[in-house]
Ligand binder design. Sequence first.
Ligand code: PRP
Length: 190
Amino acid sequence: MSIELEQPDLVRDVAQVLISEEQIQAKVAELGARLSEDYRDRTLTLVSVLKGSLPFMADLMRAVKVPVRIDLMEVSSYGGSATESSGLVRILKDLSSSIDGRDVLIVEDIIDTGLTLNYLVRYLRGKNPRSLRICTLLDKPARRLVDIAIDYRGFTIPDQFVVGYGLDYGEFYRNLPFIGVLKPEVYTRA
Ligand code: PRP
């Protein structure tokens, strides 16, 4: 379901900064260093799941010191509501290149129910990568419906509606440089 926000106020609509820009950048550097070590002497294919992971992908790829290829996928869940996913996933944009025999890392902004990644992991495994791991900036375990083995995790967050650094509500707020908690009145009035 799409929501039409009339005039989002990027400052007033945020109740609280949950993770600051500085904390995000420090975590990205830490994850980049770990990946550089774990994939030493290898090349890595980063697969970003649009649109939410765009800022994380852009920062993370520059924090990784081994040679990387990048690819982009865009998926959306069928049905459900603006804040709940239905579990059925539709591929809006597929990989551009083969990942056969490659070391692949899925780059996500958030794992919530886990349904999107549960689908994507099965889909990408079918393409015969040499290895397939998952890196997510945010993990919201309170809402998990399916088990997901997360290899690289930035922050574990409580069950709050978060926006910023790629995460949206009604397609807005993605350009905030921090992760903030949206005021409930913003999503209850839509
Ligand atoms: C978000 C996020 C994940 C998914 C996680 O994407 O980027 O892909 O939801 O939720 P899940 O664990 O409950 O499946 P969204 O569908 O909001 O699209 P977007 O990235 O384009 O905002």
